[in-house]
Design a binder for this molecule. Structure first.
Ligand code: GYE
Length: 331
């Protein structure tokens, strides 16, 4: 067979694979991954593009994925860290398409701008699973399933607690938002705002701290210089709340008392600060998505139906609750 002919027939095959989509890719993909064709337990090659390493939550999420998608569990995991940059994630996804992995999973740093690369995966017959964060694509056939928490609900629970505790006291609040354009920042803001509507909690200011401790601290320092009457901080994650604690202490005030703090995540450091009285309330966001991802990936590759939306259950903790939960906390 001439080289050109072989190349041409490979192109025809690729087109056919793309045309017949799910059924075809799910039958062929495991063989290309293991290369042994006849084995009954084929390894699933999964390319995962992680957002970054911005927070304690992210570290726990990465660990859960790496601990679950192991060779013993039948996976070959290709993992890349996008350092909170969408262009890096798009590049990683394109490289997974080129490597013809069996399935691609990623946690989209922001909600918009994914259609083109998702179309590319679809044409290559490679199924995509979203974990943790959503995309705003109208075409839901671009991904198989979205596994993650309900962020609007998390924000709403945080706001409800603020209203229960503080309505009637004329509290003045500042908000530390997550990464601009990310699903958790958009949704937690919306959920919290809807819960405090009609209360006398007044939002003085709201800025992004990009989900990191350093930026949370910087933004809080700015707020403390600008306003001398802050009573309450709502931080979209623990890390920014922990940064805010440093800024508040440096300004000579007592976090958790002079300035109350509500956060989301409930990772170890946040829970410790809650138990220590420096944070007042935390709504949990469960980062342990590895097992659900493994399950959905296995089904998708086998051509089985999966749920389009898998909502992860979250708890919430006050200071007493944190003291009780801390000893058994996994993350
Ligand atoms: O709350 C935050 C992380 O997407 C739910 O991202 C995740 C958020 C989490 O950086 O700590």
């Amino acid at each position: 067979m001439s080289r050109n002919f072989r190349r041409a027939s490979a192109a025809v095959l690729a087109a056919l694979t793309a045309a017949s989509l799910v059924a075809c890719s799910s039958e062929q993909a495991p063989q290309s991954a293991s290369g042994d064709g006849g084995a009954t337990t084929d390894t699933i090659t999964l390319g995962f593009s992680q957002v970054g390493a911005e927070s304690g939550w992210r570290a726990a999420n990465t660990k859960s994925i790496q601990d679950t998608l192991t060779a013993e569990n039948g996976f070959e995991l290709k993992f890349s860290d996008a350092q909170q940059k969408q262009e890096n994630q798009i590049q990683a996804i394109r490289s997974y398409i080129q490597q013809q992995v069996d399935v691609i999973a990623f946690s989209p740093v922001v909600e918009s701008g994914w259609d083109a690369v998702l179309e590319e995966a679809k044409s290559a017959g490679i199924p995509v699973i979203l974990t943790d964060r959503a995309v705003d694509s109208e075409d839901e056939t671009l991904y198989e399933s979205f596994i993650g928490s309900d962020f609007v609900e998390e924000g709403h629970r945080a706001g409800e607690w603020a209203v229960e505790q503080y309505d009637g006291e004329g509290m003045k609040m500042v908000e530390l938002q997550g990464t601009t354009g990310s699903a958790p920042a958009i949704d937690r803001k919306e959920g919290f705002a809807s819960a405090i509507e009609g209360s006398d909690i007044e939002v003085l200011d709201s800025q992004t701290g990009n989900f990191t401790r350093t930026e949370g601290k910087q933004v809080m320092e700015g707020f403390l210089q600008k306003y001398d009457d802050i009573d309450l901080v709502f931080a979209h994650n623990d890390d920014m709340g922990l940064g805010a604690i440093e800024a508040i202490e440096a300004a000579g005030k007592v976090p958790g008392e002079d300035i109350k703090i509500i956060t989301i995540d409930a990772v170890k450091d946040g829970m410790q600060a809650l138990a220590d009285g420096k944070i007042n309330y935390i709504v949990e966001c469960n980062p342990l998505l590895g097992p659900d991802l493994a399950d959905v990936a296995t089904k998708v590759v086998a051509g089985e139906d999966v749920e389009k939306r898998i909502v992860v259950e979250d708890a919430a903790f006050d200071q007493e609750g944190a003291k009780e939960a801390l000893p058994d906390r996994q993350y």
